[in-house]
Design a protein around this ligand. Sequence first.
Ligand SMILES: [Zn+2]
Ligand SMILES: [Zn+2]
Length: 413
Amino acid sequence: TALGQQLRALFCALPPGESSFRTVEEVPDYVEKSIPFFITFIGLEFAVSWIQKRKLPGRINDGISSLSLGILSRLPDVLFRSIELISYIYVWNNCRLFELPWDSPWTWYLTLLGVDFAYYCFHRMSHEVNILWAAHQVHHSSEDYNLFTALRQSVVQKYTSWMFNLPMALFIPPSVFAVHLQFNLLYQFWIHTEVITKLGPLEWILNTPSHHRVHHGRNPYCIDKNYGGTLIIWDRIFGTFEAEDAKVVYGLTHPVNSFDPIMLQLRPLAHIWNTFWATPGFCNKLSVIFKGPGWGPGKPRLGLPEEIPVITGKEVPFNPYVPAYINSYALVHFAVIVDLYTELLASVSVLSQGTVLLRIGFIILSLVSFGLLMENKSKAGILEIIRCLVFIGVYKLGYFRSQFSFLGYAYEV
Ligand SMILES: [Zn+2]
Ligand SMILES: [Zn+2]
């Protein structure tokens, strides 16, 4: 059934016979169709974590922050077609050397390997080249590790990842590529969890929750390890594999300490900018951009391992105190924004450019406001009042709609 197919797409377990298409236009939007599954799995993770350890798998503030970044990262796709596909199709149309048959299982399996290897290269570069790291670090900024973390994505990362796929455009049809690009992304959803410990022999070949926990760790033994997407074989081949050992402490070695989705994107970029101007010499300035995030004059390309902060196990995640009603308020209003966002996705083709931009602007304003509220910032209250006034005005004028018709009345106050 369609539901079973969609479920298997999440685990890269849709065989070639069910996921080969002649043209890109026929390829389903597996990612968008997975949103109900994301919600279901998150609910399951809560239940299992409660049964296993009597504790929740994460915190409200960190979870909302992750989902805000997830929504933010997909907003450009509302306006533009994905750059990954545009560039790929361009190379295919203009430079291809030969055409592998789109309906052969061999092409399907080769593309699985090709997309995963390209992901390994891109992901490793994203950790070893400072300017790419500035984009990718967003995904690592959560100090919890749960299915919300999987959705915590950078806005700009897809503008750095597309070029790694272009060699495949010389011989692999775009329709096959478009399927595996999504499968590779979707596979990485379920591995962001602590409720699955180890998976026996599967740990040899597949990227698993255990392997990816190491990737998200800031313990010195975890740094720059386990870059794989679907498969872990690339790490084993190229010497970047590390098995899970001491308890992993999650997040960045130098935490950003914010729930504001804009700040989480920009502050590390500002750090590179400041380091760039503070570092003397033209070649050194170039090295600030293109060598590792830990590099400095006189140090090896990836910095000195002894400079990575030691983990004591007593690290306290960023968790500013706010009254429970503020967190509940943020949660309820965040749910309203998720509703607006999914309604926007569903109706974007019939909306005017102006309405789309207005909705996107309001979504961004809201996510920032929730972030500041949960950080207990002094100006958060004023921003939130402005946001609510904008909401009422814009809703009255008919620029917003809910997916749930009964909310149509609730908003009419
Ligand atoms: Zn990473
Ligand atoms: Zn991850």
